[in-house]
Structure formats: structure tokens, C-alpha cells
Design a protein around this ligand. Structure first.
Ligand SMILES: *Cc1c(COP(=O)(O)O)cnc(C)c1O
Length: 404
């Protein structure tokens, strides 16, 4: 349908809550790294739905698994067993080396579920007095949009006028192990942190930070909860970003690419007795662990490994970062990234990142600004060298333009 028949953007604006400010493009089809708008223009997707379509748009094997399962059985609720959940558990545990799995839907639900679980663990295993559990989080975090989560966000846009909020969270600077050491008390049950802060603008902590964090958490019997919803499943060139420092979290959160973008699927993975504290009736989700979600997630994990997407993310990410570093433009303040989680931070005088993203759209690249000055670049993990080079050419011409 052509955009002249229905004005999609105006109709969205008329009826929709205005909680997003999308780039002015209306997409109607996707395949691999490419998406097409309603007028048939093609774009390289450099956002990948915030890393949810890491496997590429409409991956044929995930699609086939989804369609096949949708014909057989979609939802049983957890009141009954289904013939997909056990296989999903087995495969995700084998892939990530976890012992226990709690299936949920959105990323925020996985975070909420982890918060509930570590608190319960704190009271029942660690022996924290009831109601006193503390969880340490980082400034500039992004863990989702529920009330529990936005209450410990430091971004005024995220939490402003949504209170009152739940107590029990302590905020420390990201990348500062000494601050963690100081913040831990006998009532600390967990440290919840992103391996790389994605929404904050792809902020990579100093080398050795997570090694120290792991030591501090172990020494103080504090659960290390890594939110790998964005960094996980190959995005940074390793299955999990924790592997860059050779550590293991006690609790790992996955979402986004766990379904290859077909369907909301998230999971809490735990290495120890954290999830073991949950008893029947204490936590749940109507859709969590449903057979359609499990079939989709199983296929999404399988293609990630079988098709070498994690190795490709490392290889193409290195090529992309090198290429970005080679761009000589005085608009650029810094380029950074790990694997295919990349960012170009602009000088304040260069104008807002949004302008550059709009210019990129005109050249066939869809990217999204974050925090005014940063262009985030995170294409699907199936991107080829030629496609990386194609994107770099267009980024170079755009970034040497002056929009200030
Ligand atoms: C996207 C994201 C979430 C929230 O996931 P939703 O599915 O949007 O609820 C949580 N943590 C991180 C690090 C994310 O990137």
C-alpha cells in the first residue's frame, strides 16, 4: 500500500501516545540487514530494533519454526506442561552454562523477575532481615520501563513524574569498582549492571572493572546480576559480554535477540540457588515459557551458533570500528564499540545527532541517535564486509557534512 493512501505517520501521531519520536520512515518489509519503506526504498538497518533482530530480519529458519509451531500449539499457560519448554531449557542452559532458567517475555520483566528473585535469595539464603534488602545499580543505567525499574534510573526523562518509587536501590557510578566496594553493606543482595551501557551511548567500562566487580561480589556474598539483554547473544562478538573479562555472573538476563525479533522472549538465567528460592504461586507470567516463544527462541539460538553470527560480529565489528576510526571529520569526538555494538559521539558544536541520522536515512542507512550527541550503530550480526564498507562510505560523507 502506498503512503498516499493512508498517511501512516499522521495517523500514528493522531491516535498514538507520543512516547517515541521515530525517524520519518515507514517500513513495510525486511530481509537480513535490509528493510524497505512503503515507497520501496531500501535501507541498511543499523539499529536492529535495539539489537533484537541480531539474526537479521525475517530469518527464514526462525520464521519456519514460528509458523510450524503456530500451527500446532501456541499457548498452554504454565498450568500445564508443553513439549517445547523442556527443550528450550535444555538448549539455553547448554548454550550459556546456566543451571536454572526462568522464562519471561519482555526484557523489563526479566529484570523485575531478577530483582524479586535476588531479594528472596537475600532473605532466605543470605539471611538479610526482612524488608532490608539492598540492590546496587549504576548511574546512567537502562534496564527497562516498569515502575520498579524507572525508580532507580538517573535519567530525569525516564523517571520524572512517575513516582513514588520502590526503595531498596543504591546508585553508584558505572566503571568504578571502588564505589561498589564502598556501597556494599551486610544487607546488599545484588549488584545489577549492564556489561556495556547501551542506552547511555555504548559506554564501555575500563579494562579489569568486571574482574574486580566479580571479586567484590564473591567476597561479600552479593549476587552479580548482568543485564545482557542488549549485549548478549553475540552482539559484542562473544556469546555473552561477560566473556570479554572471563567472568561469570550469578544471574544473567537475556531478551531482545533471544527471539531474533519475532516475538518477545526473555529469560533469567542463574548459576546458583537464586531461582531455586521461587516456589509455586510466588511468581509467574501467562505467556512466559509458552510453546510458541520456546520454539522461536530455540531456532533463534540455533541459527546464531550454526551460522557463525557471533564470530561474524567480532570480525565485522572490528572492521567497522577501524573504518569509523579512519573517518577524518571534525564533527567526531569519539568512536567506540565492541563487536557490532558501536557508537559515534559527536562534538557538541557539530549539532544534534538526530540531524545526522536523518541525513543517513537519505543515503539508505537507518541509525538512531541517543542522548543528543551519539549515533548508535548496531546492524544485524549477519552483515558482510561489503555491507560494512558500503555503510562506512555513507557514514564518512555524512559525518564530514556540517549541520551545526
Ligand atoms: C532493551 C533493554 C531492556 C528492556 O527490554 P524490553 O524488552 O524493552 O522491556 C533492559 N535492559 C537492557 C540493557 C536493554 O537494552
Amino acid at each position: 500500500m502506498s503512503s498516499s493512501i493512508i498517511d501512516f505517520i499522521a495517523t500514528e501521531a493522531r491516535f498514538g501516545a507520543q512516547n517515541y519520536a521515530p525517524i520519518g520512515v515507514v517500513l513495510s518489509r525486511g530481509e537480513g540487514v535490509w528493510v524497505w519503506d512503503t515507497d520501496g526504498n531500501r535501507y541498511l538497518d543499523c539499529l536492529s530494533a535495539y539489537s533484537a533482530v541480531s539474526q537479521g530480519h525475517c530469518h527464514p529458519k526462525i520464521l519456519a519454526a514460528m509458523v510450524e509451531q503456530a500451527h500446532r500449539l501456541t499457548l498452554t499457560s504454565r498450568a500445564f506442561h508443553n513439549d517445547q519448554l523442556a527443550l528450550f531449557y535444555e538448549e539455553i542452559a547448554a548454550l550459556t552454562g546456566s543451571h536454572k532458567v526462568l522464562p519471561m517475555n519482555s526484557g523489563a520483566e526479566a529484570v523485575e523477575s531478577a530483582i524479586k528473585s535476588v531479594r528472596k535469595w537475600g532473605y532466605e539464603v543470605k539471611g538479610v532481615p526482612d524488608g532490608q534488602a539492598e540492590i546496587i545499580v549504576c548511574a546512567n543505567n537502562f534496564h527497562g520501563r516498569t515502575l520498579g525499574i524507572v525508580g532507580f534510573s538517573t535519567d530525569p526523562e525516564t523517571h520524572g513524574h512517575f513516582g513514588p518509587f520502590a526503595p531498596g536501590f543504591k546508585i553508584i557510578p558505572f566503571g568504578d569498582a571502588a564505589a561498589l566496594e564502598q556501597a556494599i553493606t551486610p544487607n546488599t543482595v545484588a549488584f545489577l549492571v549492564e556489561p556495556i551501557q547501551g542506552e547511555a551511548g555504548v559506554v564501555i567500562p575500563p579494562a579489569g572493572y568486571f574482574t574486580k566487580v566479580r571479586e567484590l561480589c564473591t567476597a561479600n556474598n552479593v549476587m552479580l546480576v548482568l543485564d545482557e539483554i542488549q549485549t548478549g547473544l553475540g552482539r559484542t562478538g562473544k556469546l555473552l559480554a561477560e566473556q570479554h573479562e572471563g567472568i561469570e555472573a550469578d544471574v544473567t538476563l537475556l531478551g531482545k535477540a533471544l527471539s531474533g525479533g519475532f516475538y518477545p522472549v526473555s529469560a533469567v538465567l542463574s548459576n546458583n540457588d537464586v531461582l531455586g528460592t521461587l516456589r509455586p504461586g510466588q511468581h509467574g507470567s501467562t505467556f512466559g515459557g509458552n510453546p510458541l516463544a520456546c520454539a522461536v527462541a530455540r531456532a533463534a539460538m540455533r541459527v546464531l551458533v550454526e551460522e557463525g553470527m557471533i564470530e561474524n560480529a567480532a570480525r565485522q565489528g572490528a572492521r567497522f570500528l577501524e573504518g569509523l576510526k579512519d573517518i577524518r571529520a571534525n564533527t567526531i569526538r569519539e568512536v567506540r564499540g565492541r563487536g557490532l555494538m558501536l557508537a559515534v559521539e559527536l562534538h557538541p558544536e557539530a549539532g544534534r545527532a538526530r540531524r545526522y541520522c536523518e541525513a543517513l536515512q537519505g543515503k539508505g542507512i537507518l541509525a538512531k541517535d541517543t542522548h543528543e550527541q551519539t549515533i548508535r550503530i548496531a546492524p544485524p550480526l549477519v552483515i558482510t564486509s561489503d555491507q560494512v564498507d558500503w555503510a562506512l562510505e555513507r557514514l564518512a560523507t555524512t559525518l564530514t557534512q556540517d549541520f551545526s
